[in-house]
Every structure is written in structure tokens, then in C-alpha cells.
Design a binder for this molecule. Structure first.
Ligand code: NAP
Ligand code: ZN
Length: 348
């Protein structure tokens, strides 16, 4: 099947219309007519080869929602017409320890939704800035939100699970003080989720313009991290900090805000390394610095169900497909509250 998509032909080229092909659904495949696709900062890193190794043409997009449009003969659990989602994973080995535990995100053979090896043409995966996608049933998520919220559900497939998984792993809950650093696509979901889990949430932003807005997301307090005296008021007080910042920055400024035994988990994946933190800021209070990558498929379903139950969706700005290059420039300036979502009907 040949379909319309948007992709880049080189790291320094803008995204433009491109025709791509999708495989005919196999016995365990689900074909999805994509309604909306969220725009993750990882899409920018990848399409511009900031992490290296990008294959061109590159079609990004891993926050995919839509309706099942065709099914393989042996698919169970979804039917044509169902609302479904696909996140950052479209395949994995299915038999290693990680896959057995539902942690496909840590499988050594995880296949990302774009730029990962596949037998399908052109030899690597092409993402959700497109009209249709074909995915093995294991990696297809059920959406239980009302259909009217579908576009705002899309960012949960990456921004939602990438923040939900570490909040759960480090057992965030009532009685805890939790920081979320960087109020972009990931960070705004981190605030909503940590708030729904019952924590006292402090948002850290570099943008004065987000000071009041972050409170509407569920932050109990907001700190503009450029102001040293505001930072100092929170020294040694946090149980957990989730750091979503997409650029290298001073980690010590946040490590010193952790109390004894506190953890800061990095999910932001900047193109160049952070300056090394001062080891004494870890040693002195037995603090931990950790990382986390998206989440497994069962936990992604758990997150979607948690969000449906708590009425949680992303705050989005809808764009047409041909507005994507402007959207990237605005994201790099921090100028989006808080996630762009592409109306994929605009590809027609
Ligand atoms: P985003 O929407 O662009 O938000 C990033 C936020 O970081 C910005 O809104 C800004 O928040 C802050 N920021 C950006 N540049 C900064 C700078 N130079 N100094 C200080 N703060 C800065 O990006 P996103 O989609 O949330 O993604 C964030 C990062 O997570 C990206 O690197 C992405 O690749 C990565 N990611 C990782 C995973 C994973 O599995 N670990 C999954 C998805 C994405 P303020 O305006 O509030 O300061
Ligand atoms: Zn992402």
C-alpha cells in the first residue's frame, strides 16, 4: 500500500511531502488509519541526526492514534473501527527476559517506530507523520478515552509513558515532594501525573511565561530555575526529581535540592552531554542520579487506563501537516503549551 507521509531527505533539510509504502497486514498485524500524531522533541533530534545514525528519508512520529482499518487473520482483542494507539515501539524479540517482563523498551532488539531496522521497505521503520501504519498486535494500545479527546490522547503514547514509568518505578505518591524540570511536552505530563498520584509537585522552568500556567497543570509551586534565591529555598527537600530538559545544563543545581536518599531521574536526551555533576553532591547525602526510557507495553496500557480514569489528557496545539517545520522552530524556542499534534487528515 502506498500512502502519503512527511519526511526529511537530509539532516539539514526541511520536512516535505513523500510517498511511502506499508506492508500488507500479516496474521498478527493491525493496520491503523492514523488520525493524529503528536510531535516529540525526539522527532527533532532524530530528523536532524543530532544523535547520529539517522537514515534518510526519515519520517518521524511516535505518538500515534487512530482507528483500526484492517486486521490479520489471527489478531484478537481489537476489531476494525476500534480506537487504538502506537507509541515508540513497533517490535522487539518477544522472548528475552525484558520482553517476558513486559519491558520491551529495554529489549536489546527493540524496534523503534522510526529509524529502526525492519524487513519492510526501505529497510528501516517510518513513523507516524503518515496516513496509515501496520504494527504487530502486541504493540497496539487500546484507547478508552472519549473519542472527542483523541487528539489530546496522542501525546500520552510517548510523553505520557516516559513520565509515568519513572514516577511509578520510584514509587511517587502522597506525602512526597516531587520536582519536574522543564515544562514542555514531557514535563507538563509529568506534572499532571505526579499530581494525580498524590505528590506535592514543584515545577522548574526557565520560562517566566510558564510560571502561572504550570499551576493550572497541577503544580503546587513553580520555580523559575534562573533565579538562584528561588532555587535555594528548596535545598535538600525533594524525594524525587524528574528531569525532562532537552538541552545540556547544570545538574548540580538540581541534585543539591534532593534530600538524603533522594533520586533525580533523567529522561531528557540532549544531543551533547551535560557537564559532569560534582560527585560530592551524590556522596554527601547518598543521592542517586538515574535514567529511564519510555515504558513497556503493559505499563503503557496501564498509563492510558489511569489517564482515562482520572480524565488526564495532554494540553495540545493542533497543526496541519504542512506547519511542521514552523512547529519545530517554535518548540526549540519553548514556544508551545505544551504539545503540537498533527491532524493527519491534512495529509490527504
Ligand atoms: P520539549 O517539549 O521541547 O520540552 C523540553 C523543555 O525543556 C522545554 O520546554 C524547556 O522547558 C526545557 N528546555 C529546553 N531547552 C532548554 C535549555 N537550553 N535550558 C533549559 N531548559 C530547556 O521536549 P520534550 O518532547 O518534552 O522532550 C524532552 C526531552 O526528552 C528531549 O530530549 C527528548 O528527546 C527526550 N525524550 C526522552 C524519552 C525517554 O525515553 N527518555 C522519551 C521522549 C523524549 P522550560 O521552558 O520549562 O524551561
Ligand atoms: Zn517521544
Amino acid at each position: 500500500m502506498t500512502i502519503k507521509a512527511y519526511g526529511a531527505h537530509a539532516a539539514d533539510r526541511a520536512l516535505e511531502p513523500i510517498d511511502i509504502t506499508r506492508r500488507t497486514p500479516g496474521a498478527h498485524d493491525v493496520q491503523i488509519a492514523i488520525a493524529y500524531c503528536g510531535v516529540c522533541h525526539s522527532d527533532i533530534h532524530q530528523v536532524r541526526s543530532e544523535w547520529g545514525g539517522t537514515l534518510y528519508p526519515c519520517v518521524p512520529g511516535h505518538e500515534i492514534v487512530g482507528r483500526v482499518s484492517a486486521l490479520g487473520a489471527h489478531v484478537s482483542g481489537v476489531q476494525v473501527g476500534d480506537l487504538v494507539g502506537v507509541g515508540c515501539i513497533v517490535d522487539s524479540c518477544k522472548h528475552c527476559e525484558d520482553c517476558d517482563e513486559g519491558l520491551e523498551n529495554y529489549c536489546d532488539h527493540m524496534v523503534g517506530t522510526y529509524n529502526a531496522p525492519t524487513p519492510d521497505a526501505p529497510g528501516y521503520t517510518l513513523g507516524g507523520y503518515s496516513q496509515q501504519i501496520v504494527v504487530h498486535e502486541r504493540y497496539v494500545l487500546r484507547i478508552r478515552h472519549p473519542e472527542a479527546q483523541l487528539a489530546a490522547v496522542a501525546p500520552l503514547l510517548c510523553a505520557g509513558i516516559t513520565t509515568y514509568s519513572p514516577l511509578r518505578h520510584w514509587k511517587v505518591g502522597p506525602g512526597q515532594k516531587v520536582g519536574v524540570v522543564g515544562i514542555g511536552g514531557l514535563g507538563h505530563m509529568g506534572i499532571k501525573l505526579a499530581h494525580a498520584m498524590g505528590a506535592h509537585v514543584v515545577a522548574f522552568t526557565t520560562s517566566e511565561s510558564k510560571r502561572e500556567a504550570a499551576k493550572l497543570l497541577g503544580a503546587d509551586e513553580v520555580v523559575v530555575s534562573r533565579h538562584a534565591e528561588e532555587m535555594a529555598a528548596h535545598a535538600k527537600s525533594f524525594d524525587f526529581i524528574l528531569n525532562t530538559v532537552a538541552a545540556p545544563h547544570d545538574l548540580d543545581a538540581f541534585l543539591t535540592l534532593l534530600k538524603r536518599d533522594g533520586t533525580m531521574t533523567l529522561v531528557g536526551a540532549p544531543a551533547t552531554p551535560h557537564p559532569s555533576p560534582n560527585v560530592f553532591n551524590l556522596i554527601m547525602k547518598r543521592r542517586s542520579l538515574a535514567g529511564s526510557m519510555i515504558g513497556g507495553i503493559p505499563e503503557t496500557q496501564e498509563m492510558l487506563d489511569f489517564c482515562a480514569e482520572h480524565g488526564i489528557v495532554s494540553d495540545i496545539e493542533m497543526i496541519q501537516m504542512d506547519e511542521i517545520n514552523t512547529a519545530y522552530e517554535r518548540m526549540l524556542k519553548g514556544d508551545v503549551k505544551y504539545r503540537f499534534v498533527i491532524d493527519c487528515a491534512s495529509l490527504a
